[in-house]
Design a protein. Structure first.
Length: 309
C-alpha cells in the first residue's frame, strides 16, 4: 500500500469516528419544540387524524452510552489490530499470519498421525485402503481442478487413469511428476515448415496411431518427421519419457488428436506445465496422492484382465 492510500484510509476511518461522536452529542442535546396533550404528555406538536400525537421522549441514556462504548471499542481495536492503512497494530496480528500458524498446526497434526503409514513403499500404499482414502481426498482438493474429479483429465490435462504416461509410469516417475513438477517443451515448427508440410506431418502422426489416412500425404510427412520430430519422439514414434515426448503410436493426445489439433500442436508448439506440489502438499501428502494414482492404475489392470476373461 502506497503512502497516499495509507494516509487516506487512516484519515477516512478516524474522521468517520469523529463524525459519529459529534452525531451522538449533537442529537443528544438537540432541543425539539414541545407541547402537551390533554394527558399532560410532552409532544412535538405533530398530530395526525386529530388524536394521534408524536411524543417527545428522549433516547434512554443507557442506549446512548452503548453508542459511546462502540466508539471506545473501535478505537481500542484500531490500536491493537490493523485497520489504519499500513499500521499493523500493537499485537502484530494479521490474517495471513494466523493462517500460517493454523497451517503449521494442521501439518504437524497430519504428519504425526500419518507419518508411519506414509513411510511405507508406494507400492504398499497403493494397496492400503486408508492411504487410498487420504490420497483421494487430497486429490479432490488439490488436483481435480485440472485433472477432473474422476482423474480422466481434459484438453491440456492428461488422463491419469490409463497407462499412457508422458513422463513415465514408474513409482519414482509419478512421484517426481507430482512433487517436483514437469515442464513440457514441444517447440512450434511453423517457421520451419510450410502449412502443407505441417499437414503432411500431422497426417503421418495419425498414421503412426493406426488411423486410416492418405498414404501419399503420410509418406511425404514421414520425411519431415524423420528430420525434425524423431529426435524426441523416436524413429518409430514411441516417445521418450526422459524428455516428456509422448508415444505417438498410442493414439492418446493431451491436446486432441484431430487433424486440426495436431496441425496446431506442430505449428505452434505446446508448453504445458505440471506445477510442483512440493511446497503446497509436502512430502507426506504427495506420497498419498501418488499412492491413490497408482491404485487407479492397478484397478485398470484388473478391469482389463476381467474383460479379457
Amino acid at each position: 500500500m502506497s503512502a497516499f492510500w495509507h494516509w487516506y484510509v487512516a484519515a477516512l476511518t478516524l474522521v468517520f469516528i469523529v463524525v459519529m461522536v459529534w452525531l451522538f452529542i449533537s442529537t443528544g442535546k438537540a432541543q425539539v419544540p414541545t407541547g402537551e396533550n390533554e394527558q399532560g404528555e410532552k409532544t412535538t406538536g405533530h398530530v395526525w387524524d386529530g388524536d394521534l400525537a408524536e411524543l417527545n421522549n428522549p433516547m434512554p441514556r443507557w442506549w446512548l452510552w452503548l453508542f459511546y462504548l462502540t466508539v471506545i471499542f473501535a478505537l481500542a481495536y484500531l490500536v491493537l489490530y490493523p485497520g489504519l492503512g499500513r499500521y499493523g497494530g500493537m499485537l502484530g496480528w494479521s490474517s495471513a499470519g494466523q493462517y500460517e500458524q493454523e497451517m503449521v498446526v494442521a501439518n504437524e497434526t497430519f504428519e504425526a498421525r500419518f507419518a508411519a503409514l506414509a513411510s511405507e513403499p508406494l507400492e504398499v500404499l497403493a494397496n492400503n485402503e486408508e492411504a487410498i482414502r487420504v490420497g483421494r481426498n487430497l486429490f479432490a482438493h488439490n488436483c481435480s481442478t485440472c485433472h477432473g474429479s474422476d482423474a480422466r483429465g481434459a484438453s491440456g490435462y492428461p488422463n491419469l487413469t490409463d497407462d499412457h504416461w508422458i513422463w513415465g509410469s514408474s513409482t519414482d516417475q509419478i512421484w517426481h511428476s507430482i512433487y517436483l513438477g514437469r515442464q513440457a517443451a514441444m517447440p512450434g515448427f511453423g517457421a520451419a515448415l510450410s502449412d502443407q508440410d505441417v499437414t503432411r506431418v500431422a497426417t503421418y502422426v495419425q498414421q503412426l496411431a493406426g488411423l486410416s489416412v492418405d498414404q501419399t500425404m503420410a509418406a511425404a510427412g514421414k520425411k519431415q518427421y524423420d528430420m525434425i520430430c524423431s529426435a524426441c519422439h523416436g524413429p518409430q514414434g514411441l516417445g521418450n519419457p526422459l524428455l516428456g515426448a509422448p508415444n505417438l503410436t498410442a493414439g492418446v493426445y493431451t491436446y486432441g488428436g484431430s487433424l486440426d489439433d495436431l496441425r496446431y500442436t506442430i505449428r505452434e508448439g505446446r508448453n504445458g506445465v505440471m506445477p510442483a506440489q512440493k511446497d503446497l502438499l509436502g512430502e507426506i501428502r504427495t506420497r498419498f496422492v501418488a499412492a491413490y494414482i497408482l491404485s487407479m492404475q492397478q484397478d485398470m489392470v484388473i478391469d482389463e484382465a476381467l474383460v479379457r476373461e
